[in-house]
Design a protein around this ligand. Sequence first.
Ligand code: NAI
Ligand code: MG
Length: 373
Amino acid sequence: TTYNVVLLPGDGIGPEVISEAQKVLELVSKKSADFDIKLTPYHFGGAGIDAAGKPLPDDTLAACKAADAILFGAVGGPKWGFGKVRPEQGLLSLRKELDLYANIRPALFPSESLLGHSPLKPEIAKGTEFIVVRELVKGLYFGDRKEADLDTPGSEGDAYDTMVYNKNDVQRITRLAAHLALQQNPPAKIHSIDKANVLATSRLWRRVVQETIDTEFKGLEVDHSLVDSVAMTMVSNPRKLNGIILTENMFGDILSDESSVIPGSLGLLPSASLSGVPDGKTRCNGLYEPIHGSAPDIAGQGIANPVGTILSAAMLLRYSLCQPKAAEAIEAAVRKVLDSQDVGGHGLRTADLGGKVSTSEIGAKIVEELEKL
Ligand code: NAI
Ligand code: MG
């Protein structure tokens, strides 16, 4: 089998971190007797505007639709910041075109040796390992809204946003979360998060989540909590949330950002946006990217942390190419490198983690460790 993977390096540090993940995927392809990975880069974001006049050029979109999976760096930067077409619009269009309805963000320490970088006390942060599954195409961000008129004398200045979910929306994201739970050994617990004491959409959410698990995934454990209380638990006792956090769009936006500070650097964490159902057997299209942006402040210096992008490539292998062994090997190689020391006794780390090692040196070390596995 040959898998076609589209690379979207994008802008700023995007191309720097993608190039390291590319080396990792090329090695995985070379090492595997069962499959090959063909990697093809396309313009996207600011690079798309420069090359074709728009952030999501037609050939890029066509390639993404035909691909088995997409690995994306980051878009945006001061060069295009005030233009009429913004690089970030390309990302919204791509999500919509591919119906990427689920955003997946793990919060974990790629290596225990990073505990000291967490803003939380080590004994509180230690052992944190959960995945936020956020519904991405419905809810408050997409419902009817009215802007307030504050300039007409006598206007009441009222504004509203509408949160709409239906049974189908909740069922499909619950199924996806359940499949992710089943891919763990033993199966992960699902923590469904809502605000059912106030919101009608949340009462729908709570009931449909429970019924979907009861009828289609007997044996999986699910509990329900209120979002305000979970926001506190996440920083006071995050281990309590280990497993899968399943929630709607806005709650997921806020909780996934809250969770991303736990490991101590934005440069460490991967993410995925999926369509289809990742049941470990059928291919599921997805866009994989580090959680950080294009970091214009450090772009071009070769000091960006490539770990979030390399771990995104591992997620791509797990969810879209159904190659969990290859994914685990990459994660093990990353852990090995973050745990090791260079000759001066410093960690093999980029500047965001207090080290002095360059983007390409970290990438080369991870490739070296992966070669040995
Ligand atoms: P950012 O994530 O690019 O940077 C925030 C801070 O974290 C900066 O100090 C940066 O140097 C640091 N940082 C980020 N990634 C790092 C890495 N891999 N290694 C070491 N340090 C890292 O967020 P910011 O500054 O708010 O946005 C910059 C641009 O990126 C904007 O144009 C924004 O719209 C865009 N952006 C794009 C995203 C995407 O493509 N998915 C997501 C977030 C922002
Ligand atoms: Mg956010």
